[in-house]
Design a protein around this ligand. Structure first.
Ligand code: EPZ
Length: 469
């Protein structure tokens, strides 16, 4: 088969896989259709309620496996990533109940081996299974991890995770199905230095070290607010963890951990997404639950781009003050830098800013794919595959960097687009809301992975749309 034919087949398989992922994700949270038809041009105005962070809640659920008594997690968002982790925990015998909206009770007392096929069926849509390793090794002495899913924004390797598990004394066997991890001599505290402050690898170390024998020293750790919230949860469970200001975390292993009761930190990514939506549509949105401290860097960039915000007791109001937005130069970075998950919705706003903006992506190697559809809608965005030189940063420059140069303002016109990933997908929604004309945005279910009740929220904000099967 000629290469062009072969690449077409591969593309169509990838397209179908994505469509299947989207459909399954939407079904998990009761989404009624796969395509949203948006009539653009109306400013979004009103209040949205942002609850617990997708990137904390899913990890807190895994942490419950480490306890000898049930845990209670509050402010849990109704998103499909939470549904996936709930199903996975149940496959391992954990009783997952929801006594009221937003509350999960996780009882690990009957944890047992799962049927691999059950985990495999779920793992394709998430990266969380890799974080089950430490807790399962402690509880069952073994973990079977299938190939992982998650947003297609880069290669998404797990080498830092596997190296960390080996440092604790685990044995990693790779098979055609995925990886089998055992700990024949138990798990002992280790000195680990991450090559890059990886969020997932930091969580891997935390979830393994808390019950390993001895002290673990983790250097070059991620220190995102979601990581600190996970540390707070583990400390509630009985763990002994302390952090140094230089990205070093010490964990003194303990024999027993108990269940926790914890209210999840708010979702910074969702808050920043709605803030960008207010800029893009010329609107005014109160994001209930948003907090200033965890959004400091985003707020600085928001203000420099010409957005206005006001911090209240119970949230933050974001609005477009009128007049022209201003071009900004942004480099994504680890915390407390500008989060890589914030750049997609912001880029849509920058298409409306006067002048030339630059967004330099330093965390993932393929996170500008979504800009192609924005160009189709009239945006002027050039992606530089090799990034840009930059003078100072918290982590050494990596070869995978890319940069997007956005020249505005360029009026956006409607188009039919297919959502490629979670954050890129949200940027399509807000681009369509700002565009002249009627757009059709498909693969809608992918938004359900990380944005709770987003259809209801768009209705509350006055958006003009219909959802089609
Ligand atoms: C978490 O992903 C988040 N996902 C991501 O949010 C977020 O963008 C990312 O952290 C950075 O903040 C969840 O928490 C579920 P990393 P994670 O390990 O843990 C490389 C969203 O939209 N790396 O910090 O997978 C990796 O390839 C999602 O909510 C290795 O090379 O991110 C990337 O280049 C998208 N080897 C960099 O490190 C490894 O073993 C950062 O990855 C692990 C990571």
């Amino acid at each position: 088969m000629p290469a062009t034919e072969r690449s077409k087949v591969v593309d169509s398989i990838a397209t179908n896989d994505l469509a299947n992922d989207a459909r399954k994700a939407g079904e998990r949270v009761g989404l009624t259709g796969d395509t949203i038809v948006i009539r653009g041009g109306k400013p979004l105005r009103g209040t949205v309620d942002v609850r617990g962070a997708k990137n904390l809640a899913t990890k807190a659920m895994v942490a419950a496996l480490l306890g000898e008594t049930p845990s209670i997690l509050q402010d849990v968002p109704a998103i499909s990533d939470v549904q996936i982790v709930s199903r996975m925990l149940e496959a391992y015998g954990v009783a997952v109940t929801s006594p009221e909206d937003g509350v999960l009770v996780l009882d690990p007392v009957n944890v047992a081996r799962a049927h691999f096929a059950e985990i495999d069926a779920l793992a394709g849509s998430s990266r969380i299974p890799i974080l089950f390793c430490g807790p399962l090794l402690h509880s069952l002495g073994e973990a079977l991890i299938p190939d992982l899913g998650g947003c297609r924004i880069g290669d998404r390797p797990i080498d830092f995770h596997l190296d960390a598990l080996r440092a604790f004394g685990a044995v990693v066997d790779k098979s055609y199905e995925g990886i089998r991890i055992t700990a024949p001599d138990g798990l002992s505290g280790a000195n680990i230095e991450l090559p890059y402050p990886s969020v997932g690898a930091t969580e891997q170390v935390l979830l393994t070290a808390v019950r390993a024998s001895g002290v673990t020293e983790l250097k070059n750790a991620a220190i995102e607010p979601e990581i600190m919230d996970l540390i707070a949860i583990l400390q509630k469970m009985g763990a002994i963890i302390w952090t140094e200001p230089n990205r070093t975390i010490f964990i003194e292993g303990v024999e027993h951990l108990k269940g926790y009761t914890h209210r999840a930190i708010f979702d910074r990514n969702e808050a920043a997404s709605w803030a960008s939506a207010a800029l893009v549509t010329g609107g005014d949105i109160f994001v209930k639950g948003a907090k200033q401290l965890e959004l400091m860097t985003f707020l600085n960039v928001y203000r420099k781009a010409g957005g206005e915000f006001e911090v209240a007791e119970d949230g933050i109001r974001f609005w477009h003050p009128g007049g022209a937005l201003k071009a900004v130069q942004v480099e994504t970075d680890v915390h407390p830098g500008f989060m890589t998950d914030w750049q997609q919705p912001l880029i849509v706003a920058l298409t409306q800013a006067e002048g030339i903006s630059t967004v330099h992506e330093t965390v993932y190697e393929n996170r500008f794919g979504f800009t192609e559809a924005l160009v189709e809608m009239g945006a002027n965005i050039v992606v530089h595959q090799d990034g840009l030189e930059s003078l100072t940063r918290r982590v050494p420059r990596r070869k995978l960097e890319q940069a997007a140069v956005i020249t505005g303002p360029t009026p956006l016109h409607a188009a039919d687009v297919r959502i490629p990933d979670l954050r890129g997908g949200f940027s399509y929604l807000i681009a369509a809301l700002a565009a002249e004309g009627t757009s059709r945005v498909s693969n809608l279910g992918l938004i359900s992975r990380g944005y709770e009740h987003f259809v209801d929220k768009l209705t509350d904000l006055g958006a003009d749309f219909t959802v089609e099967a």
